[in-house]
Design a protein around this ligand. Sequence first.
Ligand code: SF4
Ligand code: F3S
Length: 104
Amino acid sequence: TYVVTEACIKCKYMDCVEVCPVDCFYEGENMLVINPNECIDCGVCEPECPAEAILPDTESGLEKWLELNASLSASWPNITVKGETPADADAFKGVDGKFEKFFS
Ligand code: SF4
Ligand code: F3S
């Protein structure tokens, strides 16, 4: 599966949603997550994200994010159409420590 990571927080560009063939993105207030049970590993979302927030779970160190994508996608609503990107998204692009600061 692919997973959405910290770089998405407060950026939420949502370009990923438009390309996913199985509509497996789920929406929280500050970020999106992927349902790992639905993702077919096609990889098309990875290069679409301007924040480079989407990674394959074969990369090391993503255990925490895989767990979060799995648990949050079970309670967050499905999103299939790109919404409005936050006005300050670019200001949060590449910023460190977003999980501790903003994640709820
Ligand atoms: Fe959707 Fe493919 Fe990305 Fe999985 S890898 S979330 S199926 S676009
Ligand atoms: Fe987040 Fe990138 Fe999608 S910032 S909403 S994973 S396009």
